[in-house]
Design a protein around this ligand. Structure first.
Ligand SMILES: Cc1ncc(COP(=O)(O)O)c(C=O)c1O
Length: 371
């Protein structure tokens, strides 16, 4: 048992018997998708849980990003972060936009507002920042730039489920915010995603876009796509919401133990939590810096040899992938902070079922290598 492999994450699943009644309802009513009863209930439950006015459910986070771009009719160049999961930039390419990478700031590894203005050109229409690891971006500074230059802001909030800043849900910022409910996320519906909308009109446009543009049986108003969330995913989401308090509590405990146990190890820098009134502890990123006897990749390998699968999120940087390399903004000289972080970062396992004993095994390897 004690040498079982430990992955960076493990999806949270409620007891199977709790899901059975939901399945029985679906089997009885034969409504599998197209905005059925669970879909409607889940949208409302999410609004309440997250403290936001309108939620549109979609089939995953990537289609939510693309649909958000469609909804706001974004064109041309979009300023974004190089330090994210590749879907952030891929969504821009799928929508026919050019990503313009701007470096991150060292404390949170989020898009650095101080560098945004220099990247704005007459073709810039929007900014797509990411609340990386659930740490909120500098939303006030981004808002100011967006207002000054009349740019749209779509937050990729895939990591920021239930995160709150001093003013409430972090998802209220920007023109739209996008969530992912992928299996690896703090809150999962197997696959799933959502767009947080400020008003009913925008939600309605998104609801049309995600359903081929249909308004009624015979009317199609936009060239929409199929990005609907199914009833089974929505039902599962409803059930998952009930378990979130316990999930969040356990994540917070694991986070606090890592911080306490890794404290004082030279060259191991735990990324601070910044700007949250309520965090979700989605990831536990550390930077392996000079002073630690092993480099990041050597520590990654040492953990792996002991069955501990930490992940180098985010390495390689998005601009290093072949479809982005040619872009002027992909030049490494333009991205020193992100480049450094990608070379040093290691995300340690964190998920509700991780035991204290497993966590001690993980910390033990890091401490042993430092001795
Ligand atoms: C920052 C970020 N953006 C977008 C996505 C895409 O979400 P999905 O996998 O639900 O399509 C993910 C995760 O998968 C992510 O981490």
């Amino acid at each position: 048992m004690s040498d079982q492999p430990i992955c960076v994450t493990q999806p949270y699943l409620p007891p199977l018997e709790e899901f059975t009644p939901y399945l029985e309802k679906i089997w009885a009513n034969k409504i599998l998708t197209n905005g059925g009863p669970f879909h409607q209930q889940f949208e409302q439950a999410l609004c309440n849980h997250l403290g936001v006015p309108h939620v549109a459910l979609l089939s995953n986070g990537t289609l939510s990003l693309i649909t958000a771009l469609q909804a706001l009719r974004v064109t041309g160049e979009v300023i974004t972060t190089p330090y994210s999961f590749v879907a952030t930039a891929h969504a821009l390419l799928w929508h026919g936009c050019e990503p313009v990478f701007v470096d991150v700031e060292p404390r949170t590894l989020n898009l650095d507002p101080a560098r945004i203005e220099a990247a704005i050109t007459p073709r810039t229409t929007a900014i797509m920042p990411v609340h990386c690891y659930g740490n909120p971006c500098d939303t006030a500074a981004i808002r100011k730039i967006a207002d000054d230059y009349k740019l749209r802001v779509i937050y990729d909030a895939a990591h920021a489920f239930a995160v709150q800043d001093e003013g409430g849900s972090v998802l209220r910022h920007g023109d739209l915010s996008v969530l992912s409910f992928h299996a690896t996320k703090v809150f999962n519906t197997f696959e799933g995603g959502a767009i947080i909308c400020p008003d009913a009109e925008t939600k309605q446009r998104i609801d049309h876009l995600k359903n081929f543009g249909f308004v009624d049986e015979t009317t199609v108003v936009v060239p929409g796509i199929n990005a609907k969330m199914s009833e089974i995913n929505a039902a599962f989401g409803l059930l998952q919401l009930q378990h979130m308090p316990g999930v969040m509590r356990r994540r917070a405990e694991i986070d606090a133990r890592y911080r306490q146990q890794l404290q004082g190890i030279e060259g191991i820098h735990c990324l601070p939590q910044a700007g949250q009134r309520s965090a979700n502890h989605a990831y536990f990123p550390v930077l392996v810096q000079p002073g630690y006897p092993l480099g990041r990749d050597a520590l990654y390998q040492k953990l792996k040899d002991r069955g501990i699968h930490a992940r180098r999120y985010f390495y390689p940087l998005i601009p290093d992938f072949p479809m982005y390399r040619h872009l002027p903004s992909a030049d490494r000289a333009n991205l020193p902070v992100a480049t450094h972080a990608a070379a040093q970062v290691l995300c340690l396992p964190i998920y509700p079922a991780l035991t204290d004993e497993q966590q001690e095994r993980i910390v033990g390897v890091i401490v042993e290598a430092a001795a």
